[in-house]
Design a protein around this ligand. Structure first.
Ligand code: DGL
Length: 283
């Protein structure tokens, strides 16, 4: 089901393991209203955050191919775990395709933003175990400034609590408090939310970190990068007015995705289509 023949009017593809990437999509929809989007939530294989690099690379390739078949002109990996594990391989593979589709990920824009934001040189990172284990943030932060300290805290299970259909409750509050404690003790003045699910609980995090701590998320910086990538490749939509469209794919149950995504996107949801992946979740 390829998109329109004018490559500029093809959709930008965005993907995540679930609904976390909606925090990035939201920013893209607001900053690039003329563009169309197709979003893939790999909900059947959620969570990604405790999977191995090989597994994540395999999943990311499979999702990317599905999105390429939908005519994507650019691929945005709106998942830190998948970016940390698979971005270089994914980029190499996608650029080799006939359409030469570029791939952007979430780790670097946040790292650069955090280094600019910190005043005391101590940056905190809250992310999934897979992202922390990859060391991708350490590399990205230290490439910009080798002298800052990065205090990394893995939060196993936090994305799952956020993506559950239960209301945000005391259990979540206790978990967040536990993960925030080492960051407070280390005296960080800037915290990178290294998982696209975490901005969904930003008020809770900001309250526990303290209002003087700067929180850095993926959305805004990445949206600027997407704009630059489209402009430099002559791929920005030529639409003169009105808004582009957006639609959703997921690998798990479409109605559960619709309910969760409606709650988190805060925009009306278009159609949701269920896609069968080759490897089902084992967890
Ligand atoms: N939103 C994802 C990330 O940024 C993954 C959460 C998960 O699937 O564990 O890492």
């Amino acid at each position: 089901m390829p998109g329109p023949s004018d490559p500029r009017e093809r959709p930008i593809a965005v993907f995540d393991s679930g609904v976390g990437g909606l925090t990035v999509l939201h920013e893209l929809l607001v900053q690039l209203p003329r563009e169309s989007f197709v979003y893939f939530g790999d909900t059947a294989r959620f969570p990604y955050g405790e999977r191995s690099r090989d597994e994540l690379e395999r999943f990311a390739m499979e999702v990317a191919e599905e999105l390429l078949a939908r005519g994507a002109k650019l691929l945005v990996v709106a998942c830190n775990s998948a970016t940390a594990a698979a971005l270089p391989a994914l980029r190499a593979r996608m650029l080799q395709t006939t359409l030469g589709v570029d791939v952007l990920g979430v780790v670097r824009p946040e790292a650069a933003q955090a280094v600019t934001a910190t005043r005391n040189g101590r940056i905190g990172l809250l992310a999934t175990p897979a992202t922390i284990a990859s060391g991708a943030y350490g590399e990205a932060v230290h490439a910009v400034d080798p002298y800052v300290d990065l205090v990394a805290v893995a939060a196993p299970g936090l994305a799952t609590l956020i993506q559950s259909d239960r209301p945000l409750d005391e259990r979540l509050v206790d978990e967040v408090r536990r993960h925030v404690a080492p960051l407070r003790e280390a005296g960080v003045d800037t915290v990178i939310l290294g998982c696209t699910h975490y901005p969904l609980i930003r008020p809770l995090l900001q309250r526990m970190l303290g209002r003087d701590v700067a929180i850095v998320t993926s959305g805004a910086a990445l949206a600027r990068q997407v704009e630059h990538a489209l402009d430099s490749r002559g791929l920005a939509s030529a639409r003169a007015d009105g808004e582009g469209d957006y639609r959703f794919l997921c690998s798990g149950d479409a109605e559960s995705f619709r309910a969760l995504a409606t709650r988190f996107l805060q925009l009306p949801l278009g159609p949701v289509e269920r896609v069968t992946t080759r490897t089902e979740a084992v967890a």
